[in-house]
Design a protein around this ligand. Structure first.
Ligand SMILES: *Cc1c(COP(=O)(O)O)cnc(C)c1O
Length: 227
């Protein structure tokens, strides 16, 4: 596995997909998902200019974070237990996985105690998969309206994970609906930004980009398949 080549290929694919959609590739931010990847390999990616990293488990993030460069922009992308919020709140730049009210309250409380404003994306489960976290699109508006009033919490957009499919074209509707939902929320709810659409992984990021993603989360495409 050659991270440099993987990164170059990914960048080409991002550029091509963005152009197809009439978008500027520079508006797309790449989060390198480093779950299960050892620190030495992560350092290789950092040396190649990667600067946003994503982890999905608080424990693993807290183990790795002190061992890596301190200017990394960390993204928390996994289901977050409320009792872990305090430990990560001042170390992450964006929480992608705000998926329930108790977590919104815990983030708000921890951010206020730390004297910071925490940035978060609401995770929406567009396909309604029982195995995935996230609010239904129908719930998301009311949830956002209430969460926007919590101190210390800034809602920045939406995150979604599409079902695994052999043909990523089959999940285009998931990305399209998430983008449409973000637009509606931005127009209708005061005090929320909704500028970030975190969607697209190794198997489907080009489709997500065509539908408006501006934050993509790639693991395998950069580091190879995980065991
Ligand atoms: C693991 C993971 C990714 C990256 O998945 P790949 O298929 O390896 O690109 C993206 N988002 C979340 C939430 C993840 O847990």
């Amino acid at each position: 596995m050659n991270i440099k080549e993987n990164l170059a290929r990914v960048q080409e694919r991002i550029n091509a997909a963005a152009r197809r959609a009439g978008r500027d590739p520079a508006d797309v931010k790449l989060v390198a998902v480093t779950k299960t990847i050892p620190v030495e390999i992560i350092n290789e990616a950092l040396d190649l200019g990667v600067f946003c990293l994503g982890e999905n488990k608080a424990q693993e993030f807290l183990c790795k974070q002190p061992l890596l460069r301190q200017d990394i922009e960390w993204h928390f992308i996994g289901h977050l237990q409320t009792n872990k919020v305090k430990k990560i709140i001042d170390k992450v730049s964006l929480i992608h996985s705000l998926d329930r009210w108790s977590l919104a309250e815990a983030i708000s409380r921890a951010a206020c105690e730390a004297g910071i404003t925490a940035r978060a994306l609401i995770q929406v489960n567009v396909a309604g998969e029982a195995t995935k976290y996230g609010l239904s699109p129908a719930e998301a508006g009311g949830f956002a309206r209430a969460a926007a009033a919590l101190p210390g919490l800034e809602l920045c957009g939406l995150m979604t994970i599409a079902p695994v499919c052999d043909d990523p074209g089959e999940v285009r509707y998931v990305f399209r609906q998430a983008a449409e939902l973000a637009r509606r929320m931005k127009d209708n709810i005061r005090g929320i930004k909704m500028d970030i659409l975190s969607m697209g992984m190794t198997g489907d990021f080009e489709i997500a980009l065509e539908e408006g993603a501006n934050l993509i989360r790639l693991g395998a495409a950069l580091f190879g398949a995980r065991n």
